[in-house]
Ligand binder design. Structure first.
Ligand SMILES: Cc1cc2nc3c(=O)[nH]c(=O)nc-3n(C[C@H](O)[C@H](O)[C@H](O)COP(=O)(O)OP(=O)(O)OC[C@H]3O[C@@H](n4cnc5c(N)ncnc54)[C@H](O)[C@@H]3O)c2cc1C
Ligand code: FES
Length: 341
């Protein structure tokens, strides 16, 4: 057993050699913010102040620069000596830490499944009288794939004021377990188990502009944020870059255009393989980002999508003046990727 001291709360709990630090915290009835539990979401990042840990291979959510600076994911880290950890990056207050795990699991029902593109579905889940699942725009839930014990992460795409339902935008992955259920089996009225909310992605209070970059289904949490910002009458200028392979892979563009009527929002859809009818930006989403401005130094950045897009957008924006600590992101890592395939 090793001692794990958690700062800034000054509390110590024990952790076995074969136990992750997250598992030890939860066993000791303390809460550390977590999400996917498989190294994919980055919610459980903390800073090692002293001591050493062994890290498993699944660290997709941790850019090498952060790892080199002593950041770890507690869901993937096993202590090899006593450690002191700073959980400041988790945005966690002392009450939450001492209260233990308050994450809830809810029975919900499928309201509808709608095709937005050939491989993107909008899944609407309605709360049962069992209770609602309040969330902050940017957060995600873990959905248990019906008929299995496997869970998959999906970000809310609707506004947080909708207390009767959650809306998810799901990419259909060939051979994917949840994807298969969604396309072949899911029907209105089906029961679904949902836990959460998870994740620390949320619009931070700031006077700076917002630059948002989405790839594929990564638009989901950013759409949720835009809906909430619109409801709050946000006056901060927002630039949203949405990358897709072809024009047919773009979706909810009319909903975004409607939000732009209430928000100081510049919307730039970017198509990698344009056809003759496409008159907008072309190339990778980062090409459009680079072409739009020499400097993004007055902005906070919110990024969501595949890990490769996140890395490229993050590097570009930091090189163009965004402070690294003002880049917030969720990489949509699949279980296949964290399994090392
Ligand atoms: C924080 C977070 C939020 C997310 N939000 C969203 C969202 O809003 N929308 C969205 O679309 N996605 C989101 N994702 C990504 C989504 O959770 C994953 O893509 C998820 O894995 C899809 O589940 P699935 O069951 O359909 O596919 P999986 O069963 O997980 O399979 C994914 C792919 O890997 C392959 N695969 C799986 N296991 C193996 C194996 N052992 N060997 C070989 N191949 C394998 C499958 O064939 C498939 O192509 C999010 C991810 C995270 C971490
Ligand atoms: S909970 Fe650790 S990376 Fe998702």
């Amino acid at each position: 057993m090793y001692d794990i001291r958690i700062e800034p709360f000054g509390e110590t709990f024990d952790c076995g050699e074969d136990e992750t630090i997250l598992a030890a915290a939860l066993r000791n009835r303390r809460y550390l913010r977590y999400g996917c539990k498989h190294g994919g979401c980055g919610t459980c990042k903390v800073q090692v102040l002293d001591g050493d840990v062994e890290i498993t291979a699944s660290n997709f959510a941790l850019p090498p620069a952060e790892r080199d600076a002593g950041t770890i994911l507690v869901c993937q880290s096993y202590p090899v000596e006593d450690c002191i950890l700073d959980v400041g990056a988790m945005n966690l207050d002392e009450d939450e830490f001492r209260r233990g795990d308050a994450t809830t699991s809810r029975a919900m029902t499928v309201e509808s499944v709608t095709a937005l593109t050939h491989d993107i579905r909008r899944l609407v889940l309605r709360h049962t009288p069992d209770g609602s699942l309040p969330f902050v725009a940017g957060q995600f839930v873990n959905v248990t794939v019906p008929g299995t014990t496997a869970q998959r992460s999906y970000s809310m795409a609707n506004g947080s004021a909708d207390i009767d339902r959650i809306e998810l935008i799901c990419k259909v992955l060939p051979g994917g377990l949840f994807s298969g259920w969604l396309t072949d089996t899911a029907a209105p009225g089906d029961p679904v188990e949902v836990s959460g909310p998870f994740g620390a992605l949320a619009v931070r209070l700031s006077h700076r502009d917002l630059v948002m970059v989405a790839g594929g289904s990564g638009l989901a949490p950013l759409l949720s944020m835009l809906i909430d910002l619109s409801r709050k009458g946000c006056e901060r200028p927002i630039s949203l870059f949405f990358g897709a392979r072809t024009a047919a892979d773009l979706y909810v563009t009319e909903e975004i255009a409607a939000l732009a009527a209430d928000l100081p929002l510049t919307f730039v859809p970017v198509v990698q393989l344009p056809d003759a009818n496409w008159a907008g930006a072309t190339g990778l989403v980062t090409d459009a980002l680079a072409a739009a401005r020499e400097s993004w130094s007055s902005s906070d950045a919110y990024l969501c999508g595949p890990p490769g897009m996140i890395d490229a957008a993050r590097d570009l924006l930091v090189a163009r003046g965004v402070r690294p600590q003002n880049v917030y992101f969720d990489a949509f890592v699949s279980t296949g990727e964290t399994a090392g395939v």
